[in-house]
Design a protein around this ligand. Structure first.
Ligand code: NAD
Length: 486
């Protein structure tokens, strides 16, 4: 039996794209599964002028694809209220307080509150401040929690400032920083594969692993997001958050238990040992790229995209080598890369194990065993091993043991947003970014950005539809390695 959760959930940005596409369908799924039943209320708030009926229609429309029973959907929507509030308008929070108290009494919510900030990041601090000063954080509740969208700052300094604003109101264990990659099934599977199999657990270190590769490649170009993307670049848009959070699952120590506290502590051992580069080291360890046209010229180069300045130095591709200065990882490079307009959409991890000395004779060379964890677009696990070639002589070849996520698995798997909302309701921070990790990721990324800002790059430097600039391959070949996914 699902454990019913008692809470009031307030969505700031309640008429926004994210609320409609992801948040309301996720909450409805939790209702259908019985995690939300009688003792819950949802408040949508934004500065849009909407009547309750108009808001109900908006919610009904947004859950259309997951509704199976009309009466059930009606009962669900009856728990929703709309409040028009400009987040900068202090007085409006008194209306919210009144509404919250009414809902608390009506649904017996025990003063439990979750505030979800799905608004532009510049509002995050303002909202947190008013939640406190206007008394919206309850004193009698079992919990008050904050869920916060990305981006969490645009540099270490801005992230720190935001964090200070938030921690004046909420403790670290009440703050749920969303990184939706952490809600993905196959990202969560990393822990199961790694810690669930003594074979991998015991070999997850410098004695057995040659290098680890994390790829987040996209086929699309900048599309309509030039305004945002030309400031952020691949480094801040994809590396600081998603890539570093995946790396943390791979580089972490073995947690003492599978609780959020122990998981964070184990990840922070890794974060704290990450070597932050100086300018010279950035040049040696990081490669930036910007896409040119594709081979037949049917796709424009980044500099010709709408809204991109003609002299933009923005990175649409990043590849780099991370180094952890720890007993576990000393000398093991973690290669990461991400970019737009690459050959295919792939999110994957390739763990390259060391190859053994061949006892089969001088003419037989073994390959590196590789464990690949496929995250997107299709989940799966592949294990490349050395095995016997099927010839009469004794020769070896590599074979791949393979498991694909099935359609049944996909149907059973909650979407990342559903999982994250449920986790936050349960107070489980395992799959959210904690401050220490976010801070170190920013320091790491800031150092790279600073070095790049000082030096002019010759762009474009890769052809759309390829896997990025040549320098990305050279980064690995310098170490005698190569990208497993090519
Ligand atoms: P959106 O522009 O579609 O919606 C913004 C919402 O904020 C609207 O409800 C709007 O009415 C409200 N709003 C704007 N100004 C306001 C004000 N002064 N007072 C009160 N409400 C105000 O944005 P979105 O796409 O829903 O994104 C919301 C947040 O989620 C952003 O932080 C974004 O970075 C993040 N995010 C979005 C996506 C996505 O897929 N859309 C993905 C990841 C992160």
């Amino acid at each position: 039996m699902p454990q019913e959760i008692t809470t009031l959930l307030t969505f700031f940005g309640g008429t926004g794209d994210l609320a409609k596409r992801k948040l309301y369908p996720s909450v409805y799924n939790l209702y259908k599964k019985g995690f939300l039943k009688d003792h819950f209320a949802i408040v949508g708030t934004s500065r849009a002028d909407l009547t309750d009926a108009e808001f109900d229609d908006l919610v009904r429309e947004s859950i259309n694809h997951v509704v199976e029973d009309e009466d059930d959907a009606k009962r669900f929507i009856s728990h929703f209220s709309y409040l028009k509030l400009d987040v900068g308008d202090k007085a409006g929070y008194q209306d919210m307080l009144k509404l919250n108290d009414e809902l608390d009494a009506k649904y017996e919510l025990k003063g439990n509150r979750i505030f979800y900030m799905s608004v532009a990041p510049r509002f995050f601090g303002t909202i947190a401040g008013y939640l406190k000063s206007e008394g919206l954080v309850t004193k009698n509740g079992e919990f008050n929690r904050l869920m916060i969208e990305k981006p969490f700052g645009v540099s270490y300094e801005t992230a720190k400032e935001l964090n200070t604003q938030l921690t004046e109101v909420f403790d670290e264990d009440q703050i749920f920083r969303i990184d939706h990659y952490l809600g993905k099934e196959m990202v969560q599977n990393i822990a199961a594969i790694r810690f669930g199999n003594p074979l991998f657990d015991a070999a997850w270190n410098k004695d057995y692993i040659e290098n680890i590769q994390v790829t987040l490649s996209e086929v699309l170009g900048v599309e309509e997001r030039a305004g945002y993307y030309d400031d952020a670049g691949a480094l801040r848009d994809m590396i600081q958050n998603h890539t570093m959070q995946i790396v943390a699952w791979l580089a972490m120590e073995k947690p003492a238990s599978f609780s959020d506290k122990d998981i964070r502590a184990a990840k922070n051992v890794a974060f704290n040992s990450l070597h932050i580069y100086n300018e010279k080291e950035v040049e040696k360890n990081f490669v930036r790229g910007q896409y040119g046209e594709n081979i037949d010229g049917s796709q424009v180069k980044y500099l010709d995209e709408d809204g991109v300045p003609a002299d933009s130095q923005n990175d649409t591709f990043v590849a780099g080598r991370l180094q952890f200065r720890s007993a576990r990882w000393d000398g093991v490079p973690f290669y990461i890369r991400t970019g737009k307009r690459l050959k295919s959409k792939q999110t994957r991890v390739d763990v390259v194990f060391k190859k053994g000395l061949s006892i089969f004779g001088d003419d037989i060379e073994l390959e590196n065993p590789v464990l690949s964890i496929l995250i997107d677009p299709k989940g799966g696990i592949e294990f490349r091993i050395n095995a016997k070639d099927t010839t009469s002589e004794f020769k070896t070849r590599t074979d791949i043991m393979k498991w694909d996520v099935s359609f049944l698995d996909i149907e059973k798997t909650p979407a990342p947003y559903e999982r994250m909302i449920q986790d936050a309701m349960n107070g489980d921070g395992s799959n959210f970014a904690d401050w220490n990790g976010v801070a170190i990721s920013w320091k790491f990324v800031d150092a790279i950005q600073r070095a790049w800002d000082k030096k002019h790059a010759e762009f474009p430097n890769y052809v759309s539809g390829t896997m990025g600039p040549k320098a990305s391959d050279e980064l690995l070949s310098e170490d005698g390695n190569y990208w497993i996914y090519r």
